[in-house]
Structures are given as C-alpha cells and as structure tokens.
Design a protein around this ligand. Sequence first.
Ligand code: SF4
Length: 349
Amino acid sequence: MAAEDAGRPALLDMTPGEIAEAIAPLGQPAYRAAQVYSWLCRGVGFTGMTNLPLALRETLETSFRTGLAVIAERRDSRRDDTRKYLFALDDGERVEGVRMTYRHGHTLCISTQVGCRMGCAFCASTLGGRVRDLTAGEMLAQIIAANGDLGGQRIGNVVMMGSGEPLDNYAASIAFLRRVRLPEGLGIGLRSVSLSTCGLVPEMRALATEGLPVTLSVSLHAPDDETRRRIMPIARRYAIGEVVDAARHYVERTGRRVIFEYALIRDVNDRPEQASRLAGLLRGMQCHVNLITLSGVPETGLLAARRERAAEFERELVRRGVSVTRRRQMGSDIEGACGQLRRRSGGKE
Ligand code: SF4
C-alpha cells in the first residue's frame, strides 16, 4: 500500500454507525453503511461492492481504506490440523494468527499488538518489544482474512492469545469485542471468544464491569511470586494473590469460569509440590487449568517439562480436585509459539 493510502481512515475501524456518519457528507442514505460494513466483513474491497452505485464505490476508493488485511504467508502443520498465518497490515507491519481445526469447527488465535512489551521469558513475541497497538479493525481483519481462506466455512471461535497483551491495548480490545458479535458483521458470540492476559490486575477488574461475557484466560505459569517473577516480569508489578483475587472477582461479576494457563517448564515450575501449591491457590474457585507443554523458542533457553513430570503434575491437581486438561502445543512444527514466524520473516514488509 502506498504511503498516502495509509493516511486515509480505514472503514473497518469504524462501527456501522460511524460509517454512516462518514459517508453522510457524500449524500448517502444510512442503509448504505450497513451494506458497506457487511461487504467489508466478507472481505470484499470497494470495487466488489456491487450493490453500491459506481460513483459511490469510486468515491470510497479515493477517500478511505478498507482496513482489510492480506495473508502474506501461510504454513500448515504436518502433525495436526493447524495453519499459521502471517497477516500484512496497511502500514507494512505483520502479525501472526493461528487457525486450529477441531471437530466442532475452526478457532482462530489473533494478535492484538505488533510485538509485546510484557517480557515473558518463554515468548518470542516480546523479544523485539512492542512496536505498536493494533486497532479494533485490524483485529477483525485477521478473522475476515482467515474466513476468506476457508472456502465457504467460517471461523467460529476466537482466542486473543497471539502476539500482544490485549489488556495493554484495552480500548481497542474492548471495541473489538463489542463489534465481533454484531450480526451485520462477523456475528461471533462472545461466549465463543477468549481473552488471554498475563495478569494486568486493574484491567482485569475493569473488564469484569464491561458487560461482555467473554472467557477470561489468565497466564499464571507459576504458583508463587518467586517462580513467577523469574519468567514473567509483570509479576514484579502484581503479586500472584492480586491476580487470583482479580480472577475471583471476574467469576463473581460475570458468572463465567476463568481459565488458568500453565506452561510446564522443565525444572522451573513442574514439581509436584508446585502443583499442590497451585491447587491451594485456586481452591473453591470456578475455574479450569490448562496445562500446556511448552513450545520451544530457541532464543529463550527454556525446555518443555518431561512427559512423566507433566503427568505427575496433572495427577496432583486432579487429586486435589482441580478441573484440568493437559495438551500439547498445537502446530509445534510451524513455529507455533506466538511471535516466532514474524521474527523469522523479519517483521515489517
Ligand atoms: S506471552 Fe503474551 S503477554 Fe507474555 S510476552 Fe508473549 S505475547 Fe506478551
């Protein structure tokens, strides 16, 4: 995209109401906005919006950008039904997404920032820091591009778990959640959307008051402050007790159970006594623990827990009455951990 184009407003960053206001000076009736929005959410550019008058399509073309993303690269896993995308944005930045196909449908993991400043030790997304926040439209654009790659099927579930910390880009993430469910757009109900955070306590508490029934997923990865500080710098700002309290508050306010993500890292957080401590921390909470086998990021020097250790950890949680599943990281042969593909491609176009 030419530099002057990047300066035009992107219609995908607007709600249907805002599009109506934007095109009103062009003498257009309000229903045109719904038509434009519906085309955009189907991935159609201005020239393909065939139920609009030709003159309007030409004016839109010169006054606005669509804000749609382009799939710059795709990679399929040979081990499971996972496809990794590199999406190119209008300013040349690139972000990753991962499509996972299950029996019940397709799930897309989307990015919310270019890079990330949270510094988690096991994550490739953060190695170059945060480059910029994504807009709500750029989050929607990843789903639209993935739908276009599905040949008539659609993404049914979304996880905000790619590069970036969604709650560090709070306003855009909330705008995305309000818009992803619009029936005239993508129509994805919020019960099919998960938002993952490394534990930004004030924003977790704020999210609980937004009236958005999204599943909150908290990256815990340790049962105590000392271990957590070794692998997650955010633990120096918020103690683990505050994070778990904010999660309890979320459950109380929304009635939704919280998911805790726990990546098992060899000799760091995988001991049975750490499993007991985790069970104690979560006692009585309506929650579920996802144990993940760490996907190796060569730059981090951290290793996945051994299989017997991981099984032992899981058994201890089950014994203590914690709802838990253990899964391997999908797409581990396609640089499945977030940030790896973008780094290998060199980031910006
Ligand atoms: S795991 Fe998430 S929050 Fe942590 S550095 Fe990576 S992208 Fe950021």
